[in-house]
Design a protein. Structure first.
Lengths: 332, 342
């Protein structure tokens, strides 16, 4: 009976789009602990979470646009702009405290996201082109505001790697978008978004306001990207315009790794979190094994391709189902 | 010969026949030739000629053509990949790898041809793996090519950290110099090379069985497969071509700068894609050709030169670049209205 229940629970989990990245995260966690036992110490958890936060938030920020059938290449640069506006504009003008800076930065992010959404769904630019253009504009803005890395004054984001009581601050900031996503799951918005991403024409015929849904999705992504920018400020303690481009690429990779295929209508934010965790843990493992740093991108790219292949096979059920099921999957 | 009449095209044709306005006719012409892009190119060039001194001298025209040739060559494979409905983000990494590897091997005393052969072979293998993995396992090319880009950049970094000395043969530096001549004609060799490659690519895509397979696969992979096109081989070949082009550009850039540079590819990360898109090849596949990419590469190079000439900061250049792409694409590349797709 028990094994039956476990089996049921496992097969229910397997049906989740994030199952594969969750499994990878667990395996990599174990590998990290074996490679460096201090990784498992409770005192190091807040710092670990704080360094994971920018990447995890960036990949969660890429999710809503992808589910809606689009793509947002501007997540990394937007994050960079949020980071630089915080350091070079808000802090010197005395607007750096949490009560003022958080709403300002988040509003900025949501506004940029909404502009992306309007370009895509109201002005009907293909998503890759619209967000490629905003990528260039945002990179340019970041470059103009901080041509060289700009040291940040002491501010509230520095404490993101500490904890309040037993709870690490970084965990709080990571939970915000997940909570938002869960709350949105109670409204019609999230279901509508999956519909739009799956088949926008059908959604339109069914009376869904497709442009509004998409603008909202991009705005939500922008908001989370701005949050990622704040988390980044807490890690690097400076405003640096050179970080944006890399984050876009890695975030996109972790979204797909987390079971949200480009194309829309499938996936979710939890998967993106585990996708990002996978990538972060791979990096961490390479560091712990003292591999020459120049090899890092090589290992990293190799693991990414392998994980993407295995993830794809996993979704098609290649590892568990019988050959007959597999043949059926292939036929569909 | 365009076999590219997939559903969206038929639908948009239906849409234009409903509103048979002047605008509809413009769009019909636009579909067969990059009119908006050519107008944009002429306007940008005329603006440069009117506002910048020395913009029209033969030296600066040649310098402009050299830069456009490098971009255009990097975008040959990207065009084919986009026609298949894919995307290659590993071009920047492969360019860097080719640049560094070529200079390092040359510094070790390798002769030109074996050096070039090794560099191109490695590039082609990386590209073929890209295409094969995407087609065989049905994974989005974005992920695979990003990963491959990381691998290529990483290998280049390892090379640079191990051997700092590198070099290139002198004649290769002359190859992409704006002041050199080809067989006595005062055109830089790299520009002549680009012209030849453009003509060959254009003809192969438009007139051969190979080209038709690309359009078939891009417009409907399953239909192509049922028509006995080996789509997996088409994908592998297209990505291998893209990496080979990136390899050639990497070697040319090593000649251009005279030494190994581990950051040289970064500028081509998105500009090779931008050249294809601005040219008017559809990102969803099967619509477009290499001629459009040639125009796209020229537009981007003229625009960059223009902004540089007017003394804008790097940041302002990027902002203007983004807005300009949006403006050019607004002329022809917007999606069909949802209500017209029902």
């Amino acid at each position: 009976v028990i094994s039956g229940r476990v089996g049921h629970a496992l097969s229910a989990l397997r049906r989740q789009t994030f199952a594969f990245s969750l499994g990878l995260t667990v395996v990599l966690l174990v590998a990290n602990v074996i490679a460096d036992s201090s990784f498992a110490r409770w005192s190091s958890v807040p710092l670990t979470l704080a360094t994971l936060a920018p990447l995890a938030l960036a990949s969660m920020a890429s999710v809503p646009a992808v589910i809606g059938g689009g793509l947002d290449l501007s997540v990394g640069p937007l994050m960079s702009v949020a980071n630089i506006v915080m350091v070079t504009v808000l802090l010197p003008h005395g607007l750096g405290n949490g009560w003022l800076s958080i709403p300002i930065i988040l509003a900025l992010g949501a506004a940029v996201g909404a502009i992306n959404g309007a370009l895509v769904s109201v002005l009907r630019f293909p998503p890759v082109i619209a967000t490629l253009c905003s990528l260039f504009v945002l990179l340019g803005a970041a470059q103009d505001l901080a041509p060289t890395p700009h040291e940040a004054q002491a501010n509230w984001t520095n404490s993101l790697s500490d904890s309040i009581g037993p709870i690490p601050w970084a965990l709080v900031i990571l939970v915000v978008p997940v909570l938002l996503w869960v709350i949105l799951g109670r409204t019609s918005f999230r279901r509508t978004l999956y519909c739009v991403g799956d088949d926008d024409v059908a959604a339109f015929t069914a009376g869904v306001d497709v442009p509004r849904t998409r603008v909202a999705a991009y705005a939500l992504g922008g908001l989370v990207a701005a949050l990622a920018g704040l988390a980044l400020t807490g890690v690097v303690h400076s405003g640096d315009s050179s970080l944006g481009l890399q984050y876009t690429l890695i975030a996109l990779a972790s979204v797909v790794l987390g079971g949200t295929p480009l194309g829309g209508g499938e996936g979710g934010m939890v998967g993106a979190f585990f996708g990002a965790a996978t990538i972060y843990l791979i990096q961490n493992l390479i560091d712990a094994l003292n591999v020459q740093p120049a090899w890092l991108p090589v290992v990293y790219g190799g693991v990414l391709v392998t994980a993407a292949i295995l993830g794809g096979q996993f979704r098609q059920g290649a590892f568990t189902s019988s050959w007959r099921n597999r043949a059926a999957t292939r036929a569909t | 010969v365009k076999l590219a009449t997939s559903t969206p095209d038929l639908e948009s044709a239906a849409a234009t026949s409903v509103h048979r306005s002047g605008w509809g006719r413009v769009r019909a012409v636009q579909r067969s030739a990059p009119v908006v892009q050519l107008v944009a190119l002429v306007v940008l060039y005329a603006y440069g000629a009117a506002t910048l001194q020395g913009f029209t001298t033969s030296t600066s025209i040649k310098a402009l053509l050299v830069l456009a040739a490098l971009l255009g060559l990097a975008a040959v494979g990207q065009t084919v990949v986009v026609l298949l409905g894919g995307l290659d983000l590993s071009i920047a990494g492969v360019i860097t790898l080719a640049d560094v590897l070529f200079a390092v091997l040359n510094g070790k005393g390798w002769a030109f041809l074996p050096d070039l052969a090794v560099v191109l072979a490695i590039a082609i293998v990386l590209g073929a793996v890209n295409g094969y993995v995407c087609a065989r396992f049905r994974i989005q090319p974005v992920v695979v090519t990003i990963a491959m880009g990381f691998i290529a950049t990483g290998v280049a970094q390892v090379q640079v950290s191990n051997f700092t000395i590198g070099g290139v043969p002198h004649w290769l530096s002359r190859f992409s110099s704006a002041t050199s001549t080809t067989l006595g004609i005062s055109v830089p060799p790299v520009v002549v090379m680009w012209a030849v490659v453009a003509i060959v690519t254009g003809l192969v895509l438009a007139r051969t069985k190979l080209g038709r397979r690309v359009y078939q696969t891009g417009s409907n992979p399953r239909a192509a497969q049922l028509a006995l096109v080996n789509t997996r081989r088409v994908w592998t070949g297209a990505f291998a071509l893209s990496a080979a082009c990136a390899g050639v550009v990497g070697v040319l850039l090593a000649g251009f700068s005279g030494s190994a540079d581990a950051t040289v590819g970064t500028q081509y990360l998105f500009t090779s894609l931008a050249a294809v898109i601005v040219g008017g090849t559809s990102i969803t596949g099967a619509h477009g050709d290499y001629w459009r990419t040639v125009v796209g590469a020229l537009i981007i190079t003229v625009l960059t030169t223009l902004l540089l000439g007017h003394g804008y900061s790097v940041g302002d250049q990027q902002i203007a670049f983004g807005l300009a792409i949006l403006l050019v694409v607004a002329g022809y590349g917007r999606d069909v209205r949802l209500r017209d797709r029902v």
